[in-house]
Ligand binder design. Structure first.
Ligand code: C5P
Length: 230
């Protein structure tokens, strides 16, 4: 089976409070989206790449990626899952049902090539697929949501992982899982949750904890530092 890459980039990045979506903020004068795409595509693993974009996106034409003929674009959707499903549909004529699709956040430029290679080789013969994940390091508290939250309990972290990306699934299984999850209004913040909802349990492949998702302004400096080391 071939491998295909989807990099959802249709978010508007409300938590960054920046003047542009976070994938178009710059690290070392490059768009985060360009760093992410070049790191993923430099692996040479992929038969093709689809990037769903927001209909209001005016930055894409300024990107290096827009001049890269390995990369195709399509429209995005209201939620991340809608954007991924739109990209899956846009790939339809090019893929086989059991081809692998790797979905990787535009906002995760620090993905390490060794983790990508390890994910792909570990899952190559798996029936469902899986995702990069990192064990939780902090002690976790459950609290009631209010101004000054009071602890309800400490959550046992020994079995808890942070879900990272890439997440790697078979094309047709992922399409069915996302369609069903969206139809049933399940909360799907990643592809894995849609697969879980369909009863196909993904495997966790341990990845580096520094594969961070840029979410708040301070993450930009941190990502710049992580990228300076490899
Ligand atoms: O907002 P969040 O950090 O969860 O976004 C994760 C990724 O999903 C980002 O790369 C963002 O651009 C993408 N996304 C999308 N379509 C949406 C919302 C988010 O492609 N409607």
């Amino acid at each position: 089976p071939k491998l295909w890459l989807i990099v959802p980039a249709a978010g508007i990045g409300q938590r960054m409070q920046a003047e542009c979506p976070k994938q178009y903020l710059r690290i070392n004068n490059r768009f985060i989206l360009d760093i992410t795409l070049s790191r993923m595509l430099n692996s040479g693993l992929f038969a093709g790449c689809m990037v769903p974009l927001n209909s209001t996106d005016s930055w894409w034409p300024e990107s290096d990626a827009s001049n890269d003929d390995r990369i195709q674009t399509c429209g995005g959707g209201a939620e991340r899952a809608d954007s991924v499903l739109s990209a899956l549909h846009a790939l339809k004529e090019q893929v086989a049902a059991d081809d692998w699709v790797l979905v990787h956040d535009a906002a995760r430029p620090c993905v390490h090539p060794a983790d990508l290679a390890n994910l792909v080789s570990t899952l190559a013969d798996h029936p469902v697929g899986g995702l990069l994940a990192a064990p939780v390091a902090d002690t976790l508290k459950k609290a009631e949501s209010r101004d000054l939250p009071e602890v309800v309990e400490t959550v046992d972290r020994s079995q808890l992982w942070r879900a990272l990306t890439p997440q790697m699934f078979r094309y047709s299984m992922l399409v069915s899982a996302l369609e069903r999850a969206l139809k049933d209004k399940q909360p799907v913040t990643d592809e894995s949750s849609a697969m879980e909802f369909s009863g196909n349990m993904p495997v966790l492949v341990e990845g580096r904890p520094d594969n961070i998702k840029i979410t708040v302004p301070a993450d930009l400096d941190l990502a710049g530092f992580i990228l300076s080391r490899f």
